[in-house]
Design a protein around this ligand. Structure first.
Ligand code: NAP
Length: 479
């Protein structure tokens, strides 16, 4: 692991400190002990990273797609080879259990393999013209330098999901990982270095988000900006990109409805809800935020769901028995706890959990289940981002679709049903970018991940993910 645990940022193929010599500490959320410190880069170093990426662009974009594929596949192979070390680093800085960390890293690496191949299938068009002496041809070209800002909840796959598409398309990248979880990003940079990316193609800048973000969103050499994080920050960054009219994609917050109809397979629905709600201690943007259960099966579902929730083991991520790790910081714990308390104070009933587990550390919240939740409560409207499951009873399809859509967000929704008609009609009526039907796993290399409404725009994964890093050029050729 020591080789992969870097203590510098990565610019132009070189490991660098901050010009000022300043650093910031990174903390293990399970123990609150300092893991180490990393360079607190400023404007000048971020500009150097953009310049390096700009300089590397002609070489990388000019390479044959099949040669870019070889470098990307080598990167993928190295990630798979070093997965155990990467797991340790990820769990140490983010807290999630080892088994989830491994799933994240391999899923994220899958995007690299996918885009290594997909980069060879960036087809253009030949459009029939109205004149004998004219040809209309469309070609697709990489946009240029792509800048990215990623969150702490998936420190590995949020980077590979974006970077793989950009690199596969022929763009060069400058990435700012979240301050809480930069080590996974730097470990990926170490392996990218070994894979043979030319200098300047892949850069990681660490440090203050606002300072670095201002450069990345305003620099004229950055042509594309991709962000994953909260809706509030995403809006600001989108506005910052307006001046230089960058191509932008945003993966923002969610408020996912998880709907269980009376004809659902109950075992599948309970397992799906547990996975969707409690993965990563409830800190995912596609977590089931509101669980709607049909009145005829409500009591049965509640009993089974509470029983399974009680069986989840809270603990440190490096303990193989752990199902749920710590939350990322004390603010996150407090917010989830406040939403829970607000609901209970306003009449919701607590069925299990909700205790702070100070014996484990100050960032551990016992997974909770509450019922009698009303749309007027804060927990209905706000992203919980913690291990608190809120259950709602419904009686008709129209009613539940209306409630599910009653939010500014539109990222992921889930329905569980065995009725074929319902399985088609309800997803079509839901205002979401993704709908899982009897399925709670959505992020796959070959599928387009992304939202609508205030959950953002742009897609990560699938052939569609390449579009975010490509521009179209149309040529009218007369002879
Ligand atoms: P956040 O505060 O928006 O942070 C996300 C990233 O933005 C981090 O790298 C952060 O850097 C950076 N950032 C914060 N303020 C900034 C600024 N003024 N200028 C430039 N960069 C800035 O969100 P978070 O609390 O980390 O993540 C949770 C949110 O992300 C949730 O709302 C969740 O739904 C959303 N999310 C969405 C997806 C998706 O795919 N749609 C995936 C994961 C998370 P620092 O951490 O260094 O401050």
């Amino acid at each position: 692991m020591s080789k992969l645990l870097k203590d510098k940022a990565y610019i132009n193929g070189t490991w660098v400190a901050a010009d000022s010599g300043k650093t910031f500490d990174v903390t293990n959320p399970a123990t609150e002990k300092t893991i180490g410190n990393l360079p607190d880069l400023g404007e000048a170093e971020t500009e150097r990273a953009v310049d390096a990426a700009h300089k590397a662009f002609p070489e990388w974009s000019g390479m044959l797609a099949v040669d870019r594929q070889k470098v990307l596949e080598k990167w993928y192979d190295l990630i798979v080879e070093h997965v155990d070390d990467l797991v340790e680093i990820l769990t140490m800085e983010q807290g999630k259990p080892h088994k989830e960390a491994k799933g994240e890293i391999l899923n994220g690496a899958g995007f690299i393999k996918w885009y290594a191949e997909e980069g060879r299938r960036i087809y253009g068009d030949n459009i029939p013209s109205n004149a004998d002496n004219q040809r209309i041809v469309v070609i697709k070209q990489p946009v240029g330098v792509a800048a990215m800002i990623t969150p702490w909840n998936f420190p590995s796959s949020m980077i590979t999901r974006k970077a793989a598409a950009a690199l596969g398309a022929g763009c060069t990248v400058v990435i700012k990982p979240a301050e809480a979880t930069p080590y996974s990003a730097l470990a990926l940079a170490h392996l990218a270095d070994q894979a043979g990316f030319p200098k300047g193609v892949f850069n990681i800048v660490t440090g203050d988000a606002k300072t670095i973000g201002e450069v990345l969103t305003s620099h004229p050499k950055v042509k594309k900006f991709s962000f994953t994080g909260s809706t509030a920050v995403g809006k600001k960054l989108m506005a910052q990109c307006a001046d230089s009219v960058k191509k932008v994609s945003l993966e923002l917050g969610g408020n996912a409805p998880f709907v269980i109809f009376e004809d659902a397979d109950m075992d599948k629905a309970v397992d799906g809800a547990i996975t969707s709600k409690f993965r990563n201690a409830g800190q995912t943007c596609i977590c089931a935020n509101r669980i709607f259960v049909h009145e005829n099966i409500y009591d049965d579902f509640l009993n089974r769901f509470v029983e399974k929730t009680k069986a989840l083991k809270l603990g440190h991520g490096d303990d193989d028995k752990t199902d749920i790790g710590p939350m990322i910081n004390r603010d996150g714990v407090e917010k989830a706890y406040e939403l829970l308390k607000d609901a209970i104070d306003n009449g919701a009933e607590l069925h299990c959990g909700g205790e702070m587990r100070d014996d484990l550390g100050p960032r551990f919240l016992e997974p909770a289940v509450i019922t009698d939740v009303k749309p007027s409560m804060r927990i209905f409207k706000e992203e919980i981002f913690g291990p608190v499951a809120a259950l709602y009873k419904f009686s008709s399809t129209d009613e539940v679709v209306k409630m599910a859509n009653d939010t500014q967000y539109g990222l992921a929704a889930y329905i569980y049903t065995n009725d074929l008609k319902r399985a088609w009609e309800v997803p079509e009526a839901l205002d979401y970018g993704m709908v899982g039907v009897n399925s709670s796993l959505l992020s796959l290399p070959q599928a387009p991940f992304g939202g609508v409404k205030q959950s953002g725009f742009g897609r990560e994964g699938a052939k569609y993910g390449l579009d975010d890093y490509i521009q179209i050029k149309y040529m009218s050729v007369q002879f």
